[in-house]
Design a protein around this ligand. Structure first.
Ligand SMILES: [Zn+2]
Length: 271
């Protein structure tokens, strides 16, 4: 959801080379200090200047480009990628997208220019806390409000996919920032990584307007009204039936079997 802040343009820090003449991703010590230059910062700079949207990269490639210390074990890399994802980067792994190999990551959207102090701090101030994230996802029933998919569920027709939930803004952060308004929980909503992507035209749209319209025409009047309200809000509300399903699907296996037995007898359907 984040767009790139152009605040650094005036200071001439837009390019791949830091003021001391080194590429940003090769800097190991914060210029003018003895503090280490964070590995997330090097990673962000390398991806920004060396990868295009849609490119796939591997951990080995990162080791080659940034040195073995930046990646280490995969959990180290995952922690770094999490940091970047929290400031607007969209970087699915094989866990989010079954078409990727276990060592592959796709750069789907670039987020904050994390290697630049000003950009990093602007985003950190507005980054949601872990608690905020948990509260928002809990409030929204653990599902993407746009498409209704829950964490770990596969997308319709894509059994290999697995949705990952994140939280996104109703009103973009940049607008809040210019208003000087602080962020609060009401401005956040649960989104799956796919619906959260700022760039959606990567995947060719499989549906033509006429095909969709033909389906819409076949809907009952009530379903048309529901669809209209979802589209107007750009959010999918969940029905009472959906909510009961959410509760039922987290029952134990035994409890679900009991429930299935109950439904078979009480709904008059023995299939
Ligand atoms: Zn979604």
């Amino acid at each position: 959801m984040s767009t790139i802040i152009k605040s650094m343009d005036a200071s001439g820090n837009d390019g791949p080379i830091a003021p001391d003449g080194t590429p940003w991703w090769e800097i190991t010590v914060q210029p003018g200090t003895h503090k280490p230059f964070g590995q997330e910062r090097r990673l962000a700079a390398w991806l920004w200047f060396n990868k295009e949207i849609g490119d796939i990269f591997t951990m080995n490639e990162l080791r080659g480009a940034l040195g073995p210390d930046i990646v280490g074990k995969s959990e180290h890399l995952n922690r770094r990628l999490r940091t970047l994802r929290s400031v607007g980067w969209v970087i699915p792994s094989y866990k989010d997208d079954g078409s990727l190999g276990t060592d592959e990551y796709r750069l789907q959207a670039k987020g904050a220019r994390y290697w630049l102090d000003e950009d990093r701090q602007a985003h950190k101030r507005f980054a949601p806390s872990a608690r905020m994230r948990r509260d928002v996802i809990y409030r929204d029933g653990g599902r993407c409000v746009v498409c209704g998919t829950a964490a770990g569920e596969s997308y319709p027709g894509e059994p290999d996919s697995k949705a990952r939930l994140t939280i996104g803004h109703r009103v973009p952060q940049e607008r809040l920032r210019t208003r000087g308004t602080a962020d609060d929980i009401e401005n956040w909503r649960t989104e799956c990584a796919r619906c959260n992507e700022p760039v959606r035209d990567e995947v060719p749209d499989p549906w033509q307007y006429d095909e969709v319209l033909a389906q819409v025409r076949r809907l009952s009047r009530g379903n048309k009204q529901t669809l209209l309200s979802w589209l107007k809000r750009a959010e999918r509300t969940r029905s009472q039936l959906d909510r009961v399903y959410d509760q039922a699907r987290v029952l134990t296996h035994k409890e679900q079997e009991d429930l299935i037995a109950y439904l078979r007898t009480s709904s008059g359907n023995s299939s």
